[in-house]
Every structure is written in structure tokens, then in C-alpha cells.
Design a binder for this molecule. Sequence first.
Ligand SMILES: [Zn+2]
Length: 317
Amino acid sequence: MRFEYFGTNWLKEGFIFPSLSDYIADTKERLRQPLSVPAYATAGEAERIQRFSQLTQDNPYLQRASFAEAVRQEGENWENLRAVPYGEYPELYSVCIFSSKMLTGIQPIIFLYTAKTLGMLYNACALDYQDKVWIYISDQLFKEHGMLKAEELCYLVGHELGHTQCHHATIRSTTSYGSDKEYSADRAGMIVCAKWMLTHIPGCQPQYAAQLAALYGTATLLKLEVATANGPDKTDWRTAIDYEKLQRDMDNVFDGAAKLSVSTGSHPYTRHRIMAMINFSQSQMLYRCLGLNPNDYPGLCSDEHLQRLMSYQLTNQ
Ligand SMILES: [Zn+2]
């Protein structure tokens, strides 16, 4: 009698399972591998990732400890966690898949949650460990009809994936951060947002996509703030943001004339994040990250110039 077992085709003659000690040694070796530095990381970010990479040489389980702590902390803020079925949220699903292709290259597992705290109500988060990525998004963002455009969802999801790509989930409890981890994540969000427009809007030019990426990034930050300030289901999203006025405010943001609101806690002032996004939208770095040759687009600022602008403009809070 012949038995057929599904999923055992790989069990060829002569195959032996690795021993537990081999498996542990192999896992340790993988965790000791240097951490990748994303192409859009700020200088401070790159330095921090490299420093953490060094630490894991001696203690490869540091990443796991940090990841476990991240899961514990985030888990306290939400309930009713459920995986997102494609059919219910097709736009969210395609944005998540698109963002992952652009950034991490790993197909994520996507969850919706119901927030237990105001801080997580209009929010999202992503975690990663080894070769897996999990994206968590508040269901409130989808209960309020018309709150985020597809481009803004791209920015939000890209931002969260940026945190994982910069290893923030696995570094968080061992190294203290300045505020600039948000700047790196904002860049990731803009890259996804700009690429989305280049892919989905016929004839869209890179300069236009770059400018709009800063606009939609800014609009997302403000929408989340407005929603938090107003409380659940209190905002009319058809009229909440005037994009033309917002663009004019952004044009004036460097001289301080525009009174764009501020956020608190671990996140830098919104005005500074907006300034950083405008700078990035005009940088060679963004164009490189979009797979374009920056030399084809005159007038973009170099990596050194971008770094100088960051340290010059964003220190005085
Ligand atoms: Zn963030």
C-alpha cells in the first residue's frame, strides 16, 4: 500500500534533519549578519544601525529581546487583532503589497486592530523579525469614510515599513533615539507615495510626484492630528483639508510664517517633519530611491547638502 503525504515531496532519499544544536548555531549565525542600511537613511540613522550591528556580533539574541519587548509594548495598546482579508480592504491590501515591494521586499502579514488608547487610534505600526514583517493598522482609519486617499495610505504604510527597514523594532529597547528616526520613516513613506503616483497616474512626471509626495505626507500628518484632536467620527473628511491652501502653507514653512500644528512625545515637531519632507522631495537621494538617475534632473540637492540642511534647519525646536 502506498501513502501520499502532502508537503513531503522535498523529503528525498538521504535527507536528514539538522540537529537542534546545528539549528541553533545556524540561527545565531544569521542573527550575527550585519544589518542592512536603507538607501534613504539619515546620516545619524545609518550610524546607529551600524553601531547596533556591532552589538549583535557579541549578542545575537539582542534583536529577539528587542522584538519581544516591542510586541509586548504595542500589544498593550490594541485589541481585536485580525488578519485583513483581501476582499474586504482591496485598496489597503494593494497599498501594503506595493509598499513592501518598494521597500523591504518581504510580503507582509497585515492586521487591523481596535485601539485601546487614543495614541493608537489614528495610527499604524509595523514589526519585523528575521525574514518576517507584520503591519498593524487601526480600524478607525477605515471607519471614517474618505479619511485617507490611496496616496496617503501609501505614505502611512511606507512610513511604518520604513521603521522596520531601519530596524527600529529590533533596536528600540537597547539604544535611545533622537527624533530623527521619524525623519527616516517619513522618507520611506514619501518614496512609496511618489512611486505609487508614477505607477498609477498616466504621464506623471517625477518632479510632480516628488512634490505631491511631500504634500500628501504633510496632509497625512495633519489629518491624523486633526482626527485625534476632534475625537472619533467628528471630522468631515470631504472638507477637512484644503490641499491648495496646504501647499501654500508649505511654501511658507521655512520662514515660520505658516502656523502648522505641532505634535508631542517621541515625534518631532510636525513643522520640522514637513521641512524635512520638502527638502527630501528636492533631493538626489529620493530620485535614486525611485530608481531614477538624478543627473537627468538638474537642481536637486546632493546627499551632503541634504544632510547639512537637516542639521541646520531641524535643530532649533
Ligand atoms: Zn513613526
